[in-house]
Ligand binder design. Structure first.
Ligand SMILES: [Zn+2]
Length: 142
């Protein structure tokens, strides 16, 4: 005997409130079609949504959290690959040149981007930081 869906039976449906595929109870049938279901988790009554269908719809929106952090990491990786300067441990008593690679004990590897008086911009994997250095750069005032 074929099992037919009927009111009162359990069925897995996508819940529009819980945003999950959950166990539901069939509330009403329209011929062979499930018309309404009730979510066992939140108790909400809504149209039956086939879990297989909703998965297909939701897939293309997988890109999430690709924010500025990921971008910084990409620039950092490219910068490291192109950096031609010396690689050495970071020290605020050192002088740097643009393109130098530094090893920082906390931030990891960084690339020197810009020089200022007694400081320089270094790009680390997570973000850019202004770091102290022994650089003597053009003073803006007398
Ligand atoms: Zn629910």
């Amino acid at each position: 005997m074929l099992e037919k869906n009927s009111a009162g039976q359990n069925i897995e449906s996508y819940c529009t409130k819980c945003k999950l595929n959950l166990d539901h109870t069939i509330m009403a049938m329209e011929g062979e079609t499930i018309a309404k279901v009730r979510c066992k988790t939140c108790g909400g009554v809504h149209k039956f949504r086939n879990p297989a269908d909703t998965q297909k719809v939701r897939k293309p929106r997988a890109k999430k959290g690709a924010g500025s952090d990921a971008t910084a990491a990409i620039i950092w990786e490219a910068g490291l690959a192109e950096a031609k300067g010396k690689e050495r441990d970071y020290s605020m008593a050192s002088k740097y040149r643009v393109g130098d690679v530094v090893n920082h004990h906390t931030f990891g590897k960084g690339i020197v981007l810009k020089l200022y008086a007694n400081k320089c911009d270094m790009l680390f994997k997570d973000k850019e930081r202004l770091m102290a250095s022994a650089n003597e750069y053009k003073r803006m005032q007398h």
